[in-house]
Design a protein around this ligand. Sequence first.
Ligand code: C2E
Ligand code: MG
Ligand code: MG
Length: 735
Amino acid sequence: MPNRTVMKDESRTKKQLVCELTELRDKLSEHEALLSERRRLERECETALLKYRCLANAVGEITFEHDVAGNHIIWSGMVREILGYSEDEIGHDVNSWEGKVHPDDIQSANAEYERAAKENQLYDMEYRFRHKDGHYIWFNDRGSMQVDSEGNMHVTGVMKNITDRKSAEEAMNTLSTAVQQSSDWILIADKSGKIEYVNDAVENVTGYTREEILGNTPRILKSGRHDRDFYKKMWDTILSGQTYTGILTNRRKNGELFEVYHTISPIKDKRGAITHFVAASRDITPIRRLEERINFLAFYDDLTGLPNRALFTDRLKQAIVRSEQAEKSSGVFFIDIDRFHMINDTRGASFGDALLKQVARRLSAAVREGDTVARLGSDEYAMALNNISKYEDIIYFLEELRERLSQPVRADGEESLLTFSIGISVYPDDAGDVTTLIQNADLACQEAKQRGGNTYRFFTSGMNTAASEFISMEKRLKDAIKNREFILHYQPYWDCMTKKMTGMEALIRWNSRDQGLISPGKFIPVLEETGMIVEVGEWVFRSAIRQVKEWQDKGYPVVPVSVNLSIVQFRQKNLVGMINNILEETGLAPRLLTAEITESGLMEDTEFARTALKELRDRGISISIDDFGTGYSSLSYIKKLPVDNLKIDMSFIHELGKDPYAKAIVSAIITMAAALNLHTIAEGVETEEQWEVLKQLNCQTTQGYYFARPLPAEDFEKLLARQVNVPDAALGATD
Ligand code: C2E
Ligand code: MG
Ligand code: MG
């Protein structure tokens, strides 16, 4: 084959050959030029690639090129550094990439790829990619898609390690969620005080919505409970760059007040200038409530709300101190429901609880302000009574209490009758300290229990007799009122100098069916304790006034009648009205009536007494202070009262002639009374000697057995009839 070609060539012309040769040479040089151009381009390409790789490595991120059609990925060298894989380990196809993307992120990553491929655009996504050692690294993968001249897709991308940013973001997210959802409230205001941020708690606590708060200042929560000084101190602290902590009272949208523990700090920029304020605060209303509840449970019984033993002991201690100062007594009642355990066992605890609560209410209703009722144990209650002047107070209280407790109680719609054992001890007679007082009341209560319950015992047995006497007296007095067993005796007052009768005192007696005449000292205290004195007192006024009017109408030279008034009568609603009515009924002139009130009674209730005395005085009725000298009233106090006469207590008169001090005292009283423009009456004058001394001391009026005993009306009438100025001796005592 080659030989034949040569022969053919030989047949060609030389010109043709030259032409061909020139053509060949041109082609060759053209080829060479193309070759060198290609080499140049290849070199350029290589350089560009080298530069690109250098650049990629220098950028410090992973770069890759993905020939989609060939399913081949070329990774940059940073793969090893960032992900720990060699080029072979990381793999060069899409499956090996997919296999390392976090399963939770693969779907969104693929979707973004597809979107960018479809739109022939840049893609941008974030996903986690597995490091060789197994942990995941967050990447931002950004790249572009390009289609070459042959229609093949090429992807070039940069995977940027964003783990730090992601962790920061996550931390920030956690932080902001924590702030947003914190039960403490967070409020951020700019430096002018305008609120820029509030978390959910602010909305919950204040009742304002976020929209209502933002743009406002914290003044919308102002309670008006703090003064200017308070806010000034707060702002001085914050503006000086310090954190302010303190409790503030704020107002909710609905007007309710609530307490907040505030920590307000300034936020500063890099230069140290304050840009914002942040308040981290806590609504302490629930804490306050909890505190109150804890305090309550420490000192109160949860079921009944009554003080518990600790508080009772404390209150009793205080009561004792007060009693000591006022020279009065205190009483401790220990009250136990009889057979309560049986009721509880058979009827169930909730029935028992209902009973216990009712008993608590009943006991509380029985005491006066300042007294204490407590629940000491399951069915044990205690009471501390203060300010007791006499044992009758306790006995009367006991009677009233037993009456209250004897009423049926209701539980589960059913009425039951409870009985109680009550033990009583009295300070200072039965013990000088709280523990022993309670113990003694408890012992007395146990004794009452041993007697079968439904009864009371005093720690001091003598008191039991006194109590039963009091109680029987009360019943008998009720009958006495009904049966009109009271009468009045009259005892005259004499002028010390002229020995003329200047007045008389009406004195009550109880003409008892079974015991004869009983003196007022025995029954007046029971009448006072039970309040019956009001009814009996009215009877005394009416009888005395009618009697004097009768004597006046008979033409006797009548003198004013003095009627004794107990302080309890001053507390009755219409004392003055009652006396007025009787005066009007009978037509007796008010100047013929004098009201006597004891000095100690006046001291007991000064305000009441002063008002009532003034009203009586305004009506033209005279006022005497009885038993003067026993009640420690001061001169300045007496001066303020509308008083006409001072009746010097008989204990001083009886000592006249025996005790020089008594004379000095009586003399001082008379002088003092004269200085105050008061008339003096000496009561209980029994001897001539006493009368002589009184005369010498310039006492104006006397009363006593020496001149006349209290007399029944008919005997007194005889005295009036005889119009005897000076009785020669005592005029036949009747009691
Ligand atoms: P009082 O008002 O100080 O009355 C004087 C008392 O002294 C009377 O006792 C009288 O009998 C007694 N008395 C008079 N002269 C002598 C005397 O020379 N020697 C002695 N040892 N006693 C004398 P009475 O009648 O037993 O009354 C006692 C107290 O009972 C009265 O003291 C008065 O506070 C009170 N009282 C009497 N009647 C009433 C009344 O109607 N209402 C009220 N609330 N109290 C009354
Ligand atoms: Mg009197
Ligand atoms: Mg008197």
